[in-house]
Ligand binder design. Structure first.
Ligand SMILES: Cc1cc2nc3c(=O)[nH]c(=O)nc-3n(C[C@H](O)[C@H](O)[C@H](O)COP(=O)(O)O)c2cc1C
Length: 472
């Protein structure tokens, strides 16, 4: 059987082949195969599958067929790489309905933990490992890999991969693909807790988030190293698969094309370097709203105070400590179509936080003069420019819930207030359920007691209807 080397064809023919391949969204080699198949086979015969010999080599990166979602999974060199094999399986399992295909890239270090053979066998196509693979790079395979997918997932994302990505490096296949892509990226970091809390890693994380890269985890728990515990475990494969599903959802939800800003959690007002004024807000309601808005197709920015919750998938998260930081982050996120202020912002801060730890002195309690914090809800609701179409506040009350909410609505200039009774006996603050009094300028409704997730869904449906001009 004669063999054909595309590289040896005349330049003009190669050029025309490239153009034809690009028009059909195929690699040059696949284009040649298609032409040969068309010549050799009757039209009714189905396309041949790859031969067993083909399957031992990485295939050309080819465009997703219509109706097929393609995830490119980059596996970094960490202990959690073994979980990435389960992740491939979970992704394929959850993506069955939408024909989800998983293509795998292994870094050099990842191959110390898992083999290309096992990753390829589970994915159903050979894994990619080399940037300088002559077969793959004839038609610039790393660029095609970067583009011919719907989402790139890096799991585990090592400290090293995060640093390279934040710095724009491209000295191996994984980083070249990450730099060349125009697709969304989801990172699932996994590393030793010290590596995670290292200032360099946290700097890189902040940069990556600012660049619009989504991050899931890490979780808290046992490390592979004997006796180590802390924040650094990779999110579980099922959690990552769920985040992938959310990120792949076609942007056709109720809030598709809308930008939504949400604040969540408490704020901290420092007293001195070790003490602060805080409140019991858990951030659960704000996070649930952020997740529901993202699930409804909105582009979501969540400005969160210090909370102990994982970032909701598909949401840009900005972490702040103080009320003034929160106001700055909110203003930076504008313009948006909707702004929902679920954070329990401290009303007061120390007029002058002490630089050194305040010491006990002769039984006399220190005076702690307070200054009022900015009112974030008012400052957005009363804006002359860039005021969101809908400005929604929360009111945490312990008495006269509806009456106080009406007063607050008028005083703040917002459109809706969701008031809840946060007296300790209700269990709402920090709990998983909520009971809302929904107050507008013309209406007040009691929503039934329900989970915070259901409150979020109800609110999002109401927002979508209001933006669509439907009267309720
Ligand atoms: C046994 C072992 C386990 C490791 N586990 C991790 C890990 O969990 N997370 C991490 O960031 N680095 C880990 N490393 C270090 C990385 O393998 C190293 O930084 C490597 O350069 C990462 O390459 P990559 O980012 O290209 O995959 C580990 C190294 C060894 C030897």
């Amino acid at each position: 059987m004669a063999s054909l080397t595309i590289r040896k064809l005349e330049d003009d023919l190669k050029h025309r082949l490239r153009l034809r391949a690009a028009r059909h969204g195929r690699s040059v080699e696949d284009e040649v195969r298609t032409i040969l198949r068309e010549v050799a086979e009757p039209a009714s015969e189905s396309a041949p599958s790859r031969t067993p010999a083909d399957k031992t080599k990485p295939p050309r990166a080819t465009a997703s067929a219509p109706g097929v979602a393609r995830v490119l999974l980059i596996v970094g060199g960490g202990i959690a790489a073994y979980k990435s094999l389960d992740l491939i399986r979970r992704l394929k399992e959850r993506g069955k309905d939408r024909n989800l295909a998983v293509r795998v890239v292994l870094t050099k270090a990842a191959q110390e933990f898992v083999t290309p053979l096992s990753a390829g066998a589970i994915a159903g196509e050979a894994a990619f490992t080399d940037l300088f693979d002559p077969a793959g790079e004839f038609d610039v395979g790393h660029i095609r890999l970067a583009r011919e997918c719907d989402l790139i997932v890096v799991a585990p994302a090592t400290a090293d991969l995060m640093a390279k990505l934040a710095g724009g490096h491209a000295n191996d296949l994984a980083t070249a693909v990450l730099l060349a892509t125009d697709k969304k990226i989801l990172l699932a970091p996994a590393m030793n807790p010290q590596m995670w809390s290292n200032k360099a890693t946290q700097r890189n994380l902040a940069q990556l988030k600012a660049d619009g890269i989504a991050v899931i985890g890490p979780n808290e728990g046992e490390m592979a190293e004997a006796g180590e515990r802390g924040l650094g475990r990779m999110a579980e494969p099922l959690e990552i698969a769920a985040a992938v599903e959310a990120m792949l959802k076609p942007q056709t939800g109720m809030l598709a094309g809308k930008r939504v800003l949400i604040t969540s959690g408490p704020t901290h007002a420092p007293i001195d370097p070790v003490r602060y004024i805080a409140n019991r807000s858990s951030g659960k309601q704000g996070h649930a709203i952020a997740a529901a808005a993202a699930a409804a197709g909105a582009e979501v920015v969540l400005v969160q105070g210090p909370v102990n919750l994982p970032d909701p998938p598909g949401v840009k998260v900005v972490k702040v400590q103080t009320a003034r930081d929160m106001l700055a982050a909110v203003e930076a996120a504008l313009p948006t179509d909707v702004a929902i202020f679920a954070a329990a912002v401290a009303d007061w801060r120390m007029a002058e936080p002490q630089r050194q730890k305040i010491k006990k002195s002769g039984g006399k309690a220190p005076e702690l003069p307070l200054a009022e914090n900015p009112d974030i809800l008012v400052s957005v609701a009363r804006r002359k420019s860039k005021r969101p179409t809908l400005v929604i506040g929360f009111a945490a009350e312990t008495e006269n819930v509806t009456r106080n909410a009406r007063t607050k609505l008028a005083a703040k200039g917002c459109d809706w207030i969701l008031a809840n009774d946060v007296s300790p006996q209700t269990g709402i603050m920090g709990g998983d359920r909520n009971t809302i009094q929904f107050v507008t300028a013309t209406d007040a409704q009691s929503w039934p007691p329900q989970s915070k997730d259901d409150v979020a869904k109800m609110l999002i449906a109401r927002i979508a209807a209001a933006l669509a001009g439907v009267k309720s």
